[in-house]
Design a binder for this molecule. Structure first.
Ligand SMILES: *Cc1c(COP(=O)(O)O)cnc(C)c1O
Length: 214
C-alpha cells in the first residue's frame, strides 16, 4: 500500500511524506488491526463513534503515538466522546455540530484537527456542506465558534468519475487557504494524490472486503 502511494506521488511529482495513509478499520476487530500496527502503520480511521470507542482506547493505550481519525458522520450528542477519542475529525458539516465541538474542546482541553466535509456531488442523501456554501461555513466556524478548520473532505458519488470532485475540493480548499485534503479511497487514491490529497482513506485495499455494511 505504501509502495502504491509512493508510486502515485512520484507520478504526481509530490513528496510521499506529504500524503498520510489513513487505514480505515471500520467493521474489523482489534485482532485484525494489531498486525497492521505492528507493521508500522500509525494513522487509522473509523466511521462510527460507538465502534471506535469499543476498539481503540485499548489499542491507543498500548501505542500512544497512534492517531485516530473520524471519517463518518458525527451527531452533536456524541461530540463529547468524539473529542475525547479522535485526533482528527473529517466530517464537520453544520453549525449545531460546531457549537457542540467548540464546547467540548474548551471543556476537555483537547484539540482534534478539524476538516469540513463537502457534498461535492450535491447528493440529497449525503452529509456535507454544499460546495457553494463552504466559504461562508468555514468563515463561520472561525468567527462564530472559534474552530480552526484545517482542511476539506469529500466522498464523490459512487457512480460518477471522481476526478471532477477531487478537482473541485482542491479548488475550494485553495481559495480558503486550507492545507489538508481528505480524498481518495481504495479505488481512487492514486487519482486523488494527483489532485493534491494529503489524506487518503483506504480500507478494503488493506484489510480486504468488509462483509458488514460500513
Ligand atoms: C469506509 C470508508 C472509506 C474506505 O473505503 P474503501 O473503499 O474500503 O477503501 C473511506 N472513507 C470513508 C468515509 C469510509 O466510510
Amino acid at each position: 500500500m505504501r509502495r502504491d502511494i509512493a508510486a502515485a506521488c512520484r507520478r504526481a511529482s509530490r513528496d510521499p511524506s506529504a500524503v498520510t495513509l489513513v487505514a480505515i478499520t471500520k467493521t474489523f476487530a482489534a485482532e485484525l488491526i494489531e498486525p497492521v500496527i505492528a507493521a508500522g502503520q500509525r494513522t487509522f480511521g473509523e466511521n462510527r463513534v460507538q465502534e471506535a470507542k469499543a476498539k481503540w482506547p485499548r489499542l491507543k493505550q498500548r501505542d500512544p503515538d497512534l492517531e485516530l481519525h473520524l471519517v463518518g458522520p458525527l451527531q452533536s450528542n456524541k461530540a463529547k466522546e468524539a473529542v475525547a477519542l479522535f485526533d482528527c475529525i473529517h466530517t464537520v458539516d453544520r453549525p449545531s455540530l460546531c457549537a457542540a465541538l467548540a464546547k467540548e474542546i474548551a471543556q476537555q482541553g483537547r484539540r482534534p484537527r478539524l476538516m469540513v466535509q463537502v457534498n461535492t456531488g450535491a447528493e440529497p442523501q449525503k452529509a456535507g456542506v454544499l460546495p457553494e456554501a463552504v466559504d461562508d461555513f468555514v468563515r463561520r466556524c472561525r468567527s462564530d465558534y472559534g474552530l480552526a478548520i484545517e482542511g476539506l473532505m469529500c466522498i464523490p458519488p459512487l457512480a460518477a468519475p471522481p476526478a471532477p470532485h477531487f478537482g473541485l475540493l482542491a479548488k475550494i480548499a485553495a481559495r480558503n487557504g486550507l492545507a489538508l485534503l481528505s480524498m481518495g479511497m481504495s479505488a481512487d487514491f492514486a487519482l486523488a494524490i494527483e489532485f493534491g490529497a494529503t489524506h487518503v482513506r483506504v480500507g478494503t485495499a488493506i484489510f480486504g472486503a468488509r462483509n458488514k455494511q460500513g
